[in-house]
Design a protein around this ligand. Structure first.
Ligand code: DAH
Length: 382
């Protein structure tokens, strides 16, 4: 091979250089390092420059991030071209090794920098493309978030609660799965009492049932022994009724109870008349009809003047002018005794309102089933 500072060698066959198949086309002689295995004189710098040139041109023309990764593996990977140069270091004359090492490191750095630059360029192009595709028209009307709202039952309940809380009542809750004792026995409805048949229900076993009335909460509050009592107890009740326009096996009641010294039927009338006015309007009148409930004596049902016709009689009140809304009465002395309250010292009144009945009346809904069907077209009207 000729000597000199610059030399061109052309070979037709790939030249096997340190284990790599590599066609030498142009070799510029600047630093000469001998290949020990083949004895051929090669110029490392040129060799590495060739690898570099290949790598850089492949990076330049690559078409995506995946391709870039393939190039990284092909040149810098464990079996990559640069790495095999390092692996064949044992074949390089010992005095040349630091030089070769330095050249390989420089080449690696350059390739890495180029890969990184190309990667950034790809990311930038991708972002720009995305930005173009995702143009936001700020003049378009916004999407309104859908807000839920209260169920008509809840609206009615909150209105009733507001009235009684305003009168100084506490709102309490009792369990839906109840002892037979609280639901019947302690309310003066012993086993075999005919009133029990009227409220036939779902028994869990002999002792437990799904409560048929919120009146059970009266007993629980009285048993606590804190007097006086002024409370309402809203909640779900159950009865084995068939579903129709006015019945459901599960519905809601609001119970009321007042126990104090010197409570009379006048207090009951005044309180419930006030309640009716607040709920149905200032002009509402009330009427009490004698009735029977086992746990109150005397007992009554309360009617209110029809808020639709003002009492003249219309389709809504079926020509009556009056609408029945609740049951009430003075707490039976025996009921007080069973809950350890002395009937000689304390008296009280109680009442029970059907929540659905109030919602149906207030919103002029003629079928109770609508309240449970969860049809949004219906519910959105309240
Ligand atoms: N619990 C009765 C029922 O479900 C309603 C009732 C009537 C409750 C009179 C009372 C009351 O507190 O005094 O039919």
């Amino acid at each position: 091979m000729a000597e000199g500072n610059s030399l061109e060698v052309r070979v037709s066959q790939p030249h096997l250089f340190w284990g790599m198949s590599y066609p030498i086309q142009t070799i510029k002689r600047s630093s000469r390092i001998k290949c020990v295995s083949c004895g051929n004189e090669e110029i490392m710098k040129e060799k590495l420059e060739k690898i570099m040139k290949d790598a850089l041109s492949q990076i330049e023309t690559s078409e995506g991030l995946d391709k870039l990764n393939d190039i990284r593996v092909a040149f810098l990977g464990k079996k990559g071209e640069l790495t095999s140069v390092l692996k064949s270091m044992k074949d390089v004359a010992p005095e040349d090794r630091p030089k070769v090492g330095q050249l390989v490191n420089e080449a690696r750095k350059d390739i890495e920098a180029k890969l990184e630059a190309k990667k950034t360029a790809f990311a930038k192009a991708l972002r720009e493309e995305k930005m173009k595709a995702e143009v936001i028209d700020v003049t378009l009307p916004g999407k309104k978030p859908k807000l839920g709202h209260r169920h008509p039952n809840t609206i009615a309940l909150q209105e009733v609660e507001k009235i009684f809380v305003g009168l100084g009542y506490e709102v309490v809750e009792g369990p839906e799965v109840e002892y037979d004792y609280y639901n019947f026995e302690a309310l003066n409805i012993p086993a075999n009492h005919p009133a029990k048949d009227e409220q036939d229900t779902f028994y869990i076993n002999d002792k437990f049932l799904l409560r048929t009335q919120t009146s059970s909460v009266q007993v629980r509050v009285m048993e606590e022994g804190k007097l006086p009592i002024r409370m309402i107890a809203p909640g779900r009740v159950f009865r084995s009724d068939e579903v129709d326009a006015t019945h459901s096996p599960s519905f809601h009641q609001i119970e009321g109870l007042v126990i104090d010294k010197n409570i009379t039927f006048a207090d009951l009338k005044g309180t419930l008349a006030e309640f009716a006015k607040e709920l149905f309007g200032e002009g509402t009148k009330v009427k009490f009809r004698p009735h029977h409930f086992p746990f109150t004596e005397p007992s009554a049902e309360m009617d209110v003047t029809c808020f639709k016709c003002g009492g003249k009689g219309c389709r809504f009140c079926k020509g009556e002018g009056w609408i029945e809304i609740l049951g009430c009465g003075m707490v039976h002395p025996h009921v007080l005794e069973m809950s350890h309250i002395d009937p000689e010292e304390y008296t009280g009144f109680a009442f029970g309102v059907g929540l659905e009945r109030i919602a149906l009346l207030k919103y002029e809904i003629d079928d109770m089933r609508l309240l449970y069907e969860n049809d949004k077209r219906f519910l959105e009207q309240f």
